[in-house]
Design a protein around this ligand. Structure first.
Ligand SMILES: *Cc1c(COP(=O)(O)O)cnc(C)c1O
Length: 388
């Protein structure tokens, strides 16, 4: 059996896959099992932040794998400690808790928020308000946190205590009560359709939360690690959340999640309140340390912004493109007509790996993509939109 047949026979059908089996890659370029070349502007849904097999990243990860590949959390780990220090220094936040994925990072933030409230106010102040069209993960609790009805199916009973607001301050206010302990937002909703939250709304939300000792949680699983031209997207909003979750691009291609908290929350979690066997794995942390050393650089981040603007300008000139929304290299493309998924399928046939978000085409290219690669991506999309 070939790869596709094996997949069909032995892997549960939880994914609608493109008709491609990828085998290797370098930078922005991937090759399938038949040797066909693709330009990839999806970077594994924003995970391969430095593209495929970046030389420095491969070296860092390989060296760590050859030295010590795992130790349990009974032991101190240099790579993890250094990564934690870097994350806190760069964000001004206080402490971190590592995990293995975005959903787990959000689980941790939810636990910290509820325990902070329990410790201070006792039982019953446990509700979390999230936004319509949000996406926070696939665990039973993060599905609950996700503000889209389509995710609240089959797996009953879901975790209680979530309410869903529109992205405006009056809607949030109308849901706040004595029971509210946190508000959970994505500054730019990724899966929900590259929806960029209004700056005034986020600032008002910060103020409202401060007044009521309600914690503001920013899910930066997709927006973090330079994606929007800042290390974390909240910096675009001139606020600092109480809790920040990060995952996708942080490991440069290896599974990692992290929940960061501010000073007020740094001692909420105590021994045996949380943990994970694989979390803070040294090989993964070596990759993340390399990514952070590369991305957390003013000149690098300025380039992300410039590339985002460059790409947007070019996309807006294409026949068939109605509008483009982006913050840095997080890009949503609204089409004049036609189904985005169907256009994405044809792009893949034409050698461009691109994804969708709701009814939009979505690009999350490697942050170090070159201008000529951006040109090529736009050319393939232009050609694809002209077909038929
Ligand atoms: C992808 C994503 C998640 C879930 O991350 P996993 O690593 O798949 O668990 C959560 N929140 C946001 C905003 C995401 O984009």
């Amino acid at each position: 059996m070939n790869t596709k047949e094996l997949d069909n026979n032995y892997i549960m059908h939880t994914y609608g896959r493109y008709d491609v089996a990828l085998k290797s890659g370098k930078g922005c370029t991937a090759y399938d099992e038949d040797g066909k070349r693709y330009l990839d502007v999806s970077s594994g849904i924003g995970v391969n932040s430095l593209g495929y097999c970046d030389d420095g990243w491969v070296k860092a990860v390989s060296a760590q794998a050859a030295e010590i590949q795992h130790m349990s959390n009974y032991f101190y780990c240099g790579q993890a400690s250094r990564l934690a220090e870097k994350l806190c220094t760069l964000t001004g936040l206080s402490k971190v808790c590592f995990s293995n994925s975005g959903a787990e990072a959000n689980e941790c933030a939810i636990k910290v928020a509820r325990k902070y409230s329990f410790d201070k106010y006792g039982k019953g102040r446990d509700e979390i308000i999230s936004l319509h069209d949000s996406f926070h993960g696939r665990t039973v609790t993060t599905l609950s946190a996700t503000g889209q009805d389509v995710f609240h199916n089959y797996f009953f009973p879901f975790t209680e205590g979530f309410k869903y607001a529109d992205a405006d301050i009056e809607s949030v206010k109308s849901l706040i009560s004595d029971k509210t302990c946190a508000v959970l937002i994505e500054c730019v909703q990724g899966e929900g359709g590259v929806n960029i939250l209004d700056k005034d709304f986020v600032k008002e939300l910060r103020q409202l939360c401060d007044e009521k000792d309600i914690l503001l949680i920013a899910d930066e699983v997709q927006t973090g690690i330079g994606r929007t031209g800042k290390l974390y997207c909240f910096e675009n909003y001139d606020i600092t959340p109480d809790l920040v979750t990060s995952a996708k691009g942080l490991g440069g291609g290896l599974p990692i999640g992290v929940c960061l908290c501010n000073k007020k929350l740094e001692d909420v979690m105590q021994p045996s309140t949380h943990g994970s066997t694989f979390a803070a794995n040294p090989v993964v942390c070596a990759g993340a340390n390399y990514v952070l050393d590369t991305v957390a650089d003013r000149a690098f981040l300025d380039e992300v912004n410039k590339k985002g603007e460059y790409l947007k300008e070019k996309l807006l000139k294409l026949d068939g493109v109605k509008s483009v929304r982006n913050l840095g290299l997080m890009v949503g493309i609204e089409l004049e007509d036609g189904d985005a998924h169907e256009v994405a399928l044809r792009c893949v046939k034409n050698g461009l790996l691109i994804i969708t978000a709701k009814s939009l085409l979505r690009m999350l290219p490697p942050l170090n993509i070159t201008y000529s690669e951006l040109d090529e991506a736009v050319e393939i999309l232009a050609k694809t939109l002209k077909e038929e």
